[in-house]
Design a protein around this ligand. Structure first.
Ligand SMILES: [Zn+2]
Length: 386
């Protein structure tokens, strides 16, 4: 008989079902068996006391860089289970020429579930600090990209392109057009990084299709989503109504707190909250729960924050068994203490803002396996408070 877990008495938040309150969760093998009030224990159950903890679906980080060994990558273990994150989505670290190295060297060795957006640039992001990956347009090979997608349908969930002044050089919108062509032919969504113009935001939004993702939606750079008065741009509202998805991708340069306040004040929340943790951003980003805590500091309700790092991300990935606490779903679960304490956050420009709550991870279950404090690292470490 597979092991049965009974998670007792946590405050369950399941954005997919709308379930919210003090419930038990039963797990058999790799699946959730039941969620309900005072579920009966069976002989041999492993009972986990979750009293006082927030119990959510395992977090999904839609934008992270875990091609360990490449300059931008960090080990999956540093951004994964230890922070309640069970699924990591690498956002274009590898292109076609390096994908097998990433897949075999990192993805398959990680305890986390790792999937990826494939960079339309065959060299991926390896040369970030030296030159833009689209300054040489021949790297953006649709043919190479499609060949790689066809060999890796199980792990490639979309195509990635970075469209900004520092990445495209004099090639303007052309890399984006090639990425749309590849995504169309592959039948996959496209994730587009925005930062500085040119190309201007309007020409980027115009090229996208429903279901495509704009990442770095709280950037304060030239292609920010708000106009100079702090209002959401009309073409941005139209894009969202037309099915374009907006992802946070905090990273080292894409969380400007003034832009965040303006957009949130206008009711414009990211559809997904992701960390964009990588080697150059990890000290600032800290972790996905730390990024989520920043939204609590900006007045976004906890349930809305959890939804954007679980169910919303799963839906974009088309993985209907992830990101939810319902019978039959994959048994990925995270437990957090919602710690009441003063905390000072810093945005990417060094601006400080204050919060009064931190989501502190306590334990994680992935595929029905419990990962406890100490097994992987310092669970519950409060980076921001030190
Ligand atoms: Zn990134």
């Amino acid at each position: 008989m597979p092991l049965r877990f009974l998670i007792r008495d946590g405050t369950v938040i399941c954005p997919a079902s709308g379930l919210r309150g003090r419930f038990d969760v039963a797990i058999v093998g790799e699946r959730i068996e039941a969620v309900g009030e005072s579920l009966p224990a069976e002989a041999g159950d492993q009972v986990v006391d979750a009293k006082g903890l927030i119990v959510t679906p395992g977090l999904i980080d839609l934008h992270v860089h875990v091609f360990d060994g490449q300059d931008l990558g960090v080990p999956a273990a540093t951004v994964g289970l230890v922070h309640g994150v069970t699924t990591l989505v690498d956002a274009g670290s590898a292109g076609a020429h390096l994908y097998p190295a990433f897949r075999d060297g990192c993805m398959r060795k990680a305890r986390e579930r790792v999937v990826a957006f494939l960079n339309i640039s065959s060299i991926g992001l390896t040369s970030t600090l030296l030159a833009g990956e689209f300054e040489t347009l021949s790297y953006a090979s649709v043919e190479e990209c499609l060949r790689c997608v066809d060999s890796n349908r199980d792990s490639i969930v979309g195509i990635k392109v970075r469209v900004a002044a520092e990445t495209v050089g004099s090639n303007g919108i052309r890399p984006l057009e090639l990425a749309v062509e590849a995504a169309d032919a592959a039948g996959l969504p496209l994730m587009v990084h925005i930062a500085s113009a040119p190309p201007p935001l309007e020409s980027i939004l115009t090229a996208l299709r429903p279901g495509d993702i704009v990442t770095h939606c709280f950037t304060g750079l030239g292609n920010r989503l708000s106009d100079p008065d702090g209002r959401v741009r009309d073409d941005v509202r139209a894009a969202r109504e037309g099915g374009i998805i907006f992802d946070l991708g905090h990273g080292g340069g894409s969380f400007d707190v003034e832009t965040a306040r303006a957009l949130i004040g206008e009711g414009f929340l990211p559809d997904v909250i992701s960390s964009d943790a990588h080697a150059y951003s990890i000290d600032l980003v800290e972790s996905l729960p730390a990024v989520m805590s920043r939204f609590l500091a900006l007045g976004v309700p906890l349930d809305a924050v959890v939804e954007r790092a679980t169910t919303a991300a799963a839906n974009i990935l088309g993985r209907a068994k992830l990101g939810r606490l319902v019978p039959g779903a994959v048994a990925d679960i995270a437990a957090f203490e919602l710690r009441e304490q003063r905390v000072t956050f810093h945005d990417v420009n060094g601006r400080e803002f204050e919060g009064s709550q931190l989501l502190v991870p306590r334990w994680t279950i992935k595929d029905g396996q419990l990962v406890e404090a100490g097994e992987l690292g310092p669970f519950g470490r409060v980076w921001s408070a030190t």
